[in-house]
Design a protein around this ligand. Structure first.
Ligand code: NAP
Length: 256
């Protein structure tokens, strides 16, 4: 069966590992947006770049005889997830989304939960603060006019300077991060508030545990709404779904 995995997350990478071991049953193509400069690539066929909207994706699915799509993109990557819903419906291809559970505040966390980046920028207020920004490169614009804060952005790749808030320093780093390292960073930089988005998962959770211990405030951007699809929480769930489809396909073939 030919499978398309829309990737770019830890769960996607875990699924690649499972699919690499089952290459006789599944011929997999992994699709990446091409936004990360040095992505971690699987030992599977990889294509890079957009499809040209939902219609482009539908055409690609049909042209490549895809039997199943796993959308393992990030919970904030709502455009591609919406496109996958529409394209799969139009091409009559089964779709599964892998979506890790969101983070939930503990009783001694100091979170302000906001609906989007603009609200996060407003929530910082006007009194200058030392801010650790971990919102990703493409969501920086609302912070450019958000006040005279002392900004530290942590990002996998360096953003274009024009996107950075004034005077913002950039720390290039790729997770996973551990609690001791995160606590050291918060102390060393005397961070007063972390601005982040509710990505969920363990790779970037340590900053929240460190913030809890140090009493550092967190402005948490809630997950955006996304088009409905059948969903599992992890790569193992996706693999079980694919196995089920494969078994069903094999049984149907035996019956004809
Ligand atoms: P997005 O806003 O939902 O998508 C924007 C456009 O990028 C899509 O319409 C599509 O172009 C293209 N695209 C996105 N993901 C793609 C994929 N896996 N393969 C081929 N084309 C893709 O997406 P995003 O938020 O920019 O995220 C881009 C990638 O980074 C995704 O793979 C996502 O998993 C990963 N990522 C995102 C975040 C985040 O916070 N947003 C964090 C970590 C990783 P066309 O319409 O032309 O097909």
């Amino acid at each position: 069966m030919r499978v398309l995995v829309l990737g770019g997350t830890t769960e996607a990478r875990q699924l690649y590992g499972l699919l690499e071991r089952h290459a006789t049953r599944f011929y997999t193509t992994v699709s990446l947006a091409g936004v990360t400069r040095a992505p971690v690539l699987p030992a599977l066929e990889v294509r890079i770049g957009g499809f040209g909207g939902a219609e482009g994706l539908r055409d690609w699915l049909l042209a490549h005889h895809i039997g199943a799509v796993v959308d393992a993109t990030h919970p904030f990557a709502t455009q591609i997830s919406g496109n996958a819903v529409h394209a799969c419906a139009a091409a009559h291809v089964p779709l599964l989304r892998v979506e890790r559970p969101g983070w939930i505040p503990a009783p001694d966390d100091h979170w302000t939960i906001v609906p989007d980046m603009q609200a996060a920028a407003r929530a910082l207020g006007t009194r200058p603060r030392r801010v650790l920004l971990t919102v990703g490169r493409k969501d920086l614009l609302p912070f450019a006019g958000a006040g005279l804060h002392d900004w530290l952005l942590r990002s996998v790749d360096r953003p274009d300077d024009s996107l950075l808030p004034p005077g913002c320093r950039v720390l290039l780093a790729r997770g996973p991060f551990d609690e001791a390292g995160e606590e050291a960073l918060l102390r060393q930089e005397r961070i007063g508030v972390i601005v982040t988005k509710n990505s969920g998962g363990s790779a970037t959770y340590a900053k929240l545990a460190a913030a809890r211990r140090l009493g550092v405030a967190v402005i948490m951007v809630a997950r955006p709404p996304v088009a409905a699809a059948r969903t599992v929480a992890d790569a193992a769930g996706a693999m079980a779904w694919l196995d089920g489809l494969h078994a069903h396909g094999a049984a149907t073939l035996r019956a004809v």
